[in-house]
Design a protein around this ligand. Structure first.
Ligand code: SF4
Length: 399
């Protein structure tokens, strides 16, 4: 928050003091590039990660964020559905999947069950259904078409944002059709966007060590390229805080940035802080708040062609997400009904935030809440109609 207090709106009022500060900590040349709107290099990104000056990095990222979005902070009223947790990919960082179809925690939702999930929140004006699942070899092509259509029938006005790149490849495999054709058919049934998950860290070493049965970096980007080429927008994630090096995170940014130059198909970058609980990497310590903020800030600086950077409160906690709105992020995701990917083991840790809690979070951070849909169309600005409400319950702190 120090950066925000010093920076003020658009950083204009106290530039000279901040200039001296950023120069004093050895980042003056990077700051010059940022102010000039010049692209940061891979080496710049590595230097930022090597620097301990989180406040200076956040200050620069906040400058970019406010140039693009002013005081606006986006959120969405959304629902998450995970249609199956049965998966054949054995990713070492995953606590979600069940290996055996008859194991105690394995499940597959049929079309009716998915309809029921959607109907559960019929009275909430949800605009996005986010749906992903494991790579379950038993599911036929028709199943994927049917579940997308069922959601669209239940919620005609919501965007169905579904399937990671590896899921798309699996669907094409069982369909025995080219990927492009399958994506177009899914779109015909109601698919409206891709969540962009499963990118992990786009480097050969991390792929080989942690998720070698899934797509490698080239295949992930190629799949995104095909989806973007038929007009489907996606996000892009990065799962950080496990075995990756800091330069590998920068490599990830550069690879995403190159594809975005080509397709302009990414909407949002979403850094996901790794939760080691109940994974094969349970010995790994969780990322710190400083690392979370620094990663969001460096992403904002490196991904100069991405419209949005998200602080996913579910992963970094609501308090850190509030700070992130001053460190480069302009989005905090949304209400998130039924999130299971990282909290499936202990149902008591499932979390959602009410609309009032989201508004309070954003206002406390000094930003203007804007409700958006999955494609960033503005649903409602909450600065005029609703004055800040006093919060009577504490924000949840996630385990
Ligand atoms: S991360 Fe996805 S693909 Fe990997 S094991 Fe988990 S559910 Fe399967």
């Amino acid at each position: 928050m120090v950066a925000a207090q010093v920076a003020g709106k658009n950083g204009a009022a106290t530039h000279s003091a901040m200039d001296r500060y950023v120069e004093r900590v050895g980042l003056g040349d990077v700051w010059e590039k940022v102010r000039a709107g010049a692209r940061l290099s891979y080496d710049d990104g590595v230097r930022l990660y090597e620097s301990q000056e989180v406040t200076a990095i956040g200050y620069m990222a906040n400058f970019v964020r406010e140039q693009r979005h002013g005081d606006l902070a986006y959120f969405v009223r959304n629902q998450h559905i995970n249609y199956t947790n049965i998966c054949a990919k054995d990713c070492k960082f995953c606590s979600f999947y069940a290996k055996k179809k008859n194991g105690p925690k394995a499940y597959e939702l049929d079309v009716d069950a998915i309809r029921q999930r959607v109907r559960q929140y019929r009275d909430v004006p949800i605009t996005e259904i986010h749906m992903v699942g494991g790579i379950n070899p038993r599911l036929p092509y028709q199943y994927y078409l049917d579940i997308v259509r069922a959601i669209k029938e239940e919620r005609p006005n919501a965007t169905v944002k579904a399937f990671t790149m590896i899921e798309l490849q699996q669907i094409a495999r069982v369909a025995e059709k080219p990927l492009r054709e399958v994506i177009l058919e899914l779109m015909d049934h109601g698919l409206g966007a891709l969540p962009g998950g499963g990118a992990e860290v786009l480097t050969p070493r991390v792929h080989e060590e942690l998720y070698k049965k899934k797509l490698d970096w080239r295949d992930w980007l190629d799949t995104a390229r095909v989806a973007h080429s038929v007009g489907l927008k996606s996000n892009a994630t990065m799962l950080y805080g496990h075995i990756e090096t800091l330069p590998e995170r920068v490599e990830h940014f550069v690879r995403l940035r190159e594809l975005q130059d080509e397709t302009q198909g990414f909407l949002t970058f979403i850094p996901l802080s790794f939760d080691p609980q109940n994974t094969e990497l349970s010995h790994v310590a969780r990322s710190t708040g400083a690392d979370d903020l620094k990663t969001i800030a460096i992403a904002r600086l490196m991904l100069d062609n991405f419209p949005h950077v998200k602080a996913f409160w579910m992963m970094i906690t609501p308090p850190v997400a509030q700070f992130a709105l001053r460190y480069g992020a302009d989005d905090i995701d949304g209400t998130i009904m039924n999130y299971e990917i990282t909290h499936v083991i202990d149902p008591s840790t499932r979390q959602s935030l009410s609309m009032e809690q989201l508004l309070a979070m954003i206002r406390e951070a000094g930003r203007v809440p804007v409700e958006r849909d999955a494609l960033y169309n503005v649903v409602h600005r909450w600065d005029v109609e609703a004055p800040p409400a006093p919060r009577t319950t504490a924000l949840p702190v996630l385990s």
